[in-house]
Design a protein around this ligand. Structure first.
Ligand code: CA
Length: 420
């Protein structure tokens, strides 16, 4: 067992029972404060942010053999590039600092702890390239049923390879960033010319993303067996989508402006190490996949996922409860497929799962599916209904894994839509 994952560990920092951030989590992020606006690396415990720059100054991270510049940095990229052995040592060191019996650290806590409510969390990773997959069989089946043939919903390639496309990295934003409703071309009526204007069918997509922490070099495919060594950690990912723009533009090369205006990530990268106890078997793959996509062991993760919509000035309504374990194609297969051509991964690249829908109507990961193309409006707790996302709505993604009394959470990915 990875030392820091021990469910028996307790911290001298009081952690609320329902917190996403017990001592067994220790995710990584980037923060700044009003008094020190320089972005720097942190972790989190309970309701507190832990400043790694200060810990390193106090010589508490010496054994990790990580340069100070990796902590005193506006992104996690340099830290992730140190490799898993070092970042695992770092996570274990952070665990020891925060463990209940560490009286010395407790005494000095005021030097490196900040109230989580009083800091600003920033985009954690400088994302070089971003790829989006389409790996939930329930989602692909729902979309295929709606737009093509209910009896033949999956395209012929779907069960043979993890379908994906290269997305836009520049518009990936951290939780809390307001999202301007995109404008673009749509074709509301089949027999009339296209029109220009704000998207009227704005949607979220519930996804998880994984961040690359190791490079393979051009021409060197990554096997499913090696893949986990390249995955630093996971984040929540809302792949905002303009359905009306998408419908008109996507043939023949796939989504373009419908997806490139914004994607919202959670501020915390939860390490693959922290998720180790939550491994679970994925769905059976039939027909059998080609040898380069075959894998051994449990490669899916049991992470509960939730989406809520909070209209302006009203209470939120949970519109979806899904789970990351439903993915048909797992991350090691996605990475093996992505690189089998020789494509090189770079530290900070982000690969997203695709919309994560479960088998039941209340587990669908987009409004497109939840409202079934707008034919089944969703009742909101505060009155009114939604088919898609309205101006003033805040969309909140949450994710957490729970076992043996330990809850490893991702925090939230929050985005408010403002009229464009
Ligand atoms: Ca997507």
């Amino acid at each position: 067992m990875i030392k820091a994952n021990n469910p028996a560990l307790k911290s001298w920092v009081e952690v609320p029972a329902d917190s996403d951030f017990p001592i067994q989590n220790l995710p990584f992020g980037i923060f700044r404060t009003e008094s020190n606006p320089r972005p720097r690396v942190c972790t989190r415990i309970g309701d507190f942010i832990v400043d790694l720059v200060v810990l390193d100054h106090m010589s508490l991270l010496e054994d990790c053999d990580i340069p100070h510049s990796a902590y005193d940095n506006e992104f996690l990229n340099e830290l992730m590039a140190q490799g898993k052995e070092k970042t695992r040592t770092l996570r274990n060191a952070l665990s020891e600092i925060l463990q209940k019996d560490n009286k010395e650290a407790e005494k000095n806590g005021w030097h490196f702890l900040h109230d989580a409510d009083k800091v600003e969390m920033l985009l954690p990773v400088r994302v070089g390239d971003y790829t989006d997959f389409y790996s939930s069989i329930e989602h692909a089946t729902n979309v295929g049923t709606m737009f093509r043939d209910p009896n033949n919903a999956l395209l012929p390639n779907w069960k043979h390879l993890p379908v994906g496309y290269h997305g836009r990295a520049s518009s990936i934003v951290v939780s809390g960033t307001e999202i301007k409703r995109p404008h673009g071309q749509t074709k509301p009526k089949d027999d009339e010319p296209p029109v220009f204007g704000p998207s009227r069918l704005l949607d979220f997509e519930l996804e998880m993303g994984f961040v690359i922490g190791k490079e393979n070099g051009l021409g060197n495919p990554i096997s499913t067996e090696e893949a986990e060594d390249y995955i630093f950690g996971l984040i929540l990912f809302n792949d905002w989508s303009a359905r009306d723009i998408q419908k008109w533009e996507y043939i023949p090369l796939g989504p373009f402006l419908a997806k490139n205006f914004a994607s919202t990530v959670s501020p915390w990268v939860v390490t693959l190490d922290a998720l180790e106890p939550f491994r679970t078997a994925g769905p059976e793959q039939e027909p059998e996949v080609l040898p380069y996509l075959q894998y051994k062991g449990k490669k899916n993760y049991d992470v509960s996922l939730q989406v809520a919509i909070k209209p302006e000035g009203a209470e939120e309504t949970v519109v979806c409860n899904s789970n990351f374990k439903y993915m048909y194609w797992n991350m090691t297969q996605q990475l093996a497929h992505h690189s089998v051509s020789g494509c090189n991964m770079r530290v900070g690249d982000l690969l997203a799962s695709g919309t994560i829908s479960g088998p039941t109507e209340d587990s669908y990961g987009s409004m497109l599916e939840i409202s079934w193309r707008g034919t089944k409006p969703v009742k909101m707790n505060g009155g009114g209904e939604r088919k898609f996302i309205a101006d003033g709505d805040t969309v909140i993604l949450r994710g957490w894994a729970e076992k043996d009394g330990v809850r490893i959470g991702f925090g939230e990915s929050v985005g408010k839509i403002v009229g464009g």
